[in-house]
Design a protein. Structure first.
Length: 86
């Protein structure tokens, strides 16, 4: 088993890690997800022991970036193309 002090960098997928992997879609096709507020505490703990981290997502969804900003996590995600299609 890897000891936490040996870890220097962590990459997290957004869906299923910072969410419970469920999505709600409204009549306009807009999606919503549920996130746990305690995730930020876990990230602060990683920082406390010197582990850098970022969130990676293939979703074209503004909620991913907004949540990453809220929990103070760098985020790399797929960008929407100029045509607006994913």
């Amino acid at each position: 088993m890897i000891e936490l002090h040996a870890v220097r960098f962590a990459v997290f997928d957004f869906d299923g890690v910072f969410t419970d992997n469920r999505v709600w879609t409204n009549e306009h096709g807009e999606e919503s997800v549920a996130c746990w507020r305690g995730d930020a505490l876990g990230l602060r703990r990683l920082e406390d022991v010197g582990v850098d981290h970022f969130v990676l997502s293939m979703e074209v969804n503004a909620a991913v970036g907004a949540r990453a900003r809220k929990i103070r996590a760098a985020c790399i995600g797929r960008r929407r193309q100029a045509t607006g299609s994913p």
